[in-house]
Design a protein around this ligand. Structure first.
Ligand code: SAH
Length: 267
């Protein structure tokens, strides 16, 4: 990865933190999220669904309550962005099974948006019936398809764009915070974007540098911003816009959860 980034910087100059994050996290050959299982007690970090099933079960009840409050549609899609090990959707589906009498006339399908080959395999193991073989097609926008343990059709996509439009409940738990951010720092000359460059002192090390002049991503900084270090995430804006348009067009709801702070720490 370091060699790849060095070639890139040598050929086109310092890269934005967003470009750096995109390569490091989701590069199809060596990206952090693509080929590893980093979740859980033995992994690099742990998330609420991995700590307790109560988290997912409460969300499952919330989805059913939304479905009832919005007129009990005859069908809905449960769409999760970045499903990790599949634990959360598994807990939600267990609630759907337990409340089967409430949902009995509703046609449910599950749609997972996941870039990680490794995690999609773990999700399939957690969620699908062993006896029903998965359909795989790496070249298709729907790269895997199967049936969940409770008999619900389930499909995998790399991009939200490819999920069919229809009445949907969207779920994004600790998903938006993995998306690439542009970093800015306030200077006497105004906001300057932080770039990643090769360290001239140590040949195989990278370092942060400040852009000498304004860069386009500055347009995403709020006018009333008071902090002197900020991160902006245009990809998050694009995905939120898409979710909003889908919900406005075909109905449903979205639940997005991330955890952070309001500037009390640096990054
Ligand atoms: N929601 C899970 C996992 C959070 S980790 C939980 O709470 O436990 C982030 C998840 O997003 C991982 O599944 C990762 O592979 C996936 N991911 C990362 N970048 C992505 C992208 N650009 N598009 C879709 N999924 C992505």
């Amino acid at each position: 990865m370091l060699r790849h980034l060095m070639y890139k910087i040598k050929s086109t100059g310092p890269i934005t933190v967003a470009e750096y994050m995109k390569e490091v996290l989701t590069n199809p050959a060596k990206g952090y999220y693509v080929y590893r299982d980093m979740l859980g007690e033995k992994g690099d970090f742990i998330t609420s669904p991995e700590i307790s099933q109560i988290f997912g079960e409460l969300l499952g009840i919330w989805f059913i309550s939304e479905w009832m409050a919005t007129g009990k549609s005859t069908a809905f899609q449960l769409v999760e962005l970045g499903p990790g090990r599949g634990t959360l959707v598994g807990d939600i589906l267990r609630v759907f099974t337990q409340l089967g009498s409430v949902l009995k006339n509703c046609d449910i399908s599950v749609h997972l948006v996941e870039v990680s080959q490794k995690l999609s395999e773990i999700q399939a193991l957690t969620l699908t019936k062993e006896k029903v073989p998965l359909e795989r097609n790496a070249g298709s926008p729907v790269y895997m398809k199967g049936v969940t343990k409770s008999g619900i059709p389930i499909s995998w996509y790399r991009d939200l764009h490819d999920v069919p439009k229809g009445y949907s409940f969207y779920l994004a738990h600790e998903f938006f915070d993995v998306l690439p951010v542009h970093k800015f720092q306030k200077t006497p000359q105004g906001w300057r974007e932080v770039f990643v460059d090769i360290d001239p002192q140590v040949s195989d090390k990278l370092r942060f540098v400040l852009a000498p002049s304004a860069t386009p991503a500055e347009a995403f900084i709020q006018h009333d911003e008071t902090r002197d270090h900020v991160e902006v995430c245009p990809d998050a804006g694009v995905i939120i816009e898409e979710l909003s348009q889908r919900i406005a067009l075909t109905g449903g709801a979205a639940l997005v959860a991330d955890y952070g702070h309001d500037g009390t720490k640096t990054d």
